[in-house]
Design a protein around this ligand. Structure first.
Ligand code: ATP
Length: 440
């Protein structure tokens, strides 16, 4: 079996084509010629995103005693973004080609324009990545607000509320999944760098002095999570001092080997007390914490693991894409696969087969909200298998004439293509085990 390797030059094109063909991802506003940096997720892509978010929420919030989740408003008082330094400093260096007037993000000096080959550039300037909008009827400078460029801000401003109303003792974390917007100068590489995306962020508050140990724990924990959802081409990379924000004591990126190279999918930073201290200073609120155990009052330090949902989805799609002769198989980990099982009546025009298959289909759907089950009665069984392989459905269940006699169905495995007969009343247990739905 030939696995499309991470470095294969056309892997990204194949993934993009499959994503469009099978309803994972469409270009945003496509009928109007698209809208650079924006994508729309179709039915299967949406399931994939959901599964990533659910796996993260389970691991980071629900399976732990020390983390709670919130959902903050996406628009915040602009003073919060001034305090956090985003209004002044959340920018990328940009250069403009004097010939074609295209703008580029330029972390290094640019010699030739990638668009037109021009050699002359205007002086580089800093371009703030926050989108501006207006709140209320008046459109003056007074009404300017920013679309949040990250979800963390909503957590920091609620630190006091959440700590007080949940009787949380340090160390504890506050997590959030939500949309973020960045007016990226060059959105690129499909859904890798877009202008609207979802972040999954945790702010884990610790006593100063205990931060380094907790930072290491979170790096380990987050790395293991990627393995648990089936990503193998991942590595950890410690950022050098010159790469890190000035306040960051340490940052480790988790990177995936995309077809366009190793790139960050998550950053884990030890941010010290930079955020709480900045918000305390600007708002006048007391954000210190009284540690009953240590009998001391301090401003907690924070460890921040921050990941992007769509970037992880792209990594998973690249990793899953496999060609096996004529067969294209998306080998998603069962926990992440958009559809867990597909049910087929052998023949669509035999009412007894359809009735029994339908019953199994309904029962499996009711079994667990985590189980997304598909129904297919078109064409022949071979074609249905190919179709399910291409979207990564781990199991196909066929109801045939023998099923009516012996209460057994055929289950076909996506990866091995092996088939086995299973009793209908054992199906639920079969899936719970095989789909590894219970692993954290
Ligand atoms: P980059 O250097 O790639 O611009 P960053 O270091 O600014 O990213 P962070 O601010 O650390 O990114 O954001 C945390 C996570 O959010 C990233 O690891 C990534 O998964 C996701 N993310 C950030 N920017 C984008 C984007 N434009 N499109 C999609 N996901 C993004």
């Amino acid at each position: 079996m030939e696995k499309a390797k991470g470095k294969s030059s056309d892997l990204l094109e194949k993934v993009v084509a499959l994503a469009k063909r099978r309803g994972f991802v469409y270009p945003g506003s496509e009928i109007y010629g698209g809208f650079a940096g924006f994508y729309d997720w179709g039915p299967l892509g949406n399931e994939l995103l959901w599964n990533i978010e659910q796996a993260w929420w389970r691991a980071v919030v629900q399976n732990r005693d020390d983390v709670v989740g919130i959902r903050a408003a996406t628009l915040m008082n602009p003073k919060a973004w001034e305090a956090s330094g985003h209004v002044k400093g959340f920018s990328d260096p940009m250069v403009e080609c004097k010939k074609c007037h295209h703008s580029f993000r330029s972390d290094e000096e640019m010699k030739t324009c990638p668009e037109c080959g021009g050699k002359e550039f205007a002086k580089p300037k800093q371009f703030n990545l926050m989108f501006k909008t207006h709140v209320g009827a008046a459109e003056g400078s007074e009404s300017v607000a920013y679309l949040r460029p990250e979800t963390a801000g909503g957590i920091f401003v609620n630190f006091r509320n959440v700590a007080a109303t949940n009787r949380l003792k340090i160390p504890f974390g506050i997590a959030q999944i939500g949309l973020a917007w960045r007016n990226e100068i060059n959105p690129r590489d499909f859904v890798f760098r877009t202008r609207e995306f979802k972040q999954m962020e945790l702010e884990y508050f610790v006593r100063p002095g205990e931060d380094e140990e907790k930072f290491k724990e979170w790096v380990k924990e987050r790395f293991a999570w990627y393995r648990s959802i089936g990503l193998t081409n991942v590595r950890k990379r410690e950022q050098e001092k010159k790469e890190r924000a000035h306040y960051s004591k340490a940052t480790t990126d988790i990177e995936y080997e995309f077809p366009f190279g190793w790139q960050e999918i998550e950053g884990i930073a030890n941010r010290g007390d930079f955020d709480l201290s900045a918000h305390a200073k600007a708002s006048g609120a007391d954000l210190t914490y009284f540690d009953e155990g240590a009998k001391e009052r301090y401003l907690p330090y924070v460890i921040e693991p921050s990941a992007g949902v769509e970037r992880i989805a792209l990594a998973l799609m690249c990793e899953a894409y496999t060609e096996d002769g004529e067969r294209v198989v998306m080998k998603f980990h069962p926990r992440i696969a958009p559809v867990k099982a597909a049910v087929f009546p052998l023949l669509a025009n035999k009412p007894d087969l359809v009735k029994l298959a339908r019953k199994i289909y309904e029962e499996l759907k009711a079994h667990s909200p985590q189980l997304s089950v598909a129904w297919d009665d078109r064409g022949n069984i071979g074609k249905r298998y190919l179709s399910q392989d291409e979207v990564g459905t781990p199991f196909c269940i066929t109801v045939d004439f023998d099923s009516l006699e012996n209460d057994e169905v055929t289950i076909r495995d996506r990866d091995t293509t092996k088939q086995e007969r299973v009793k209908i009343d054992e199906l639920r247990g079969y899936f719970t085990t095989k789909l590894k739905l219970t692993t954290s």
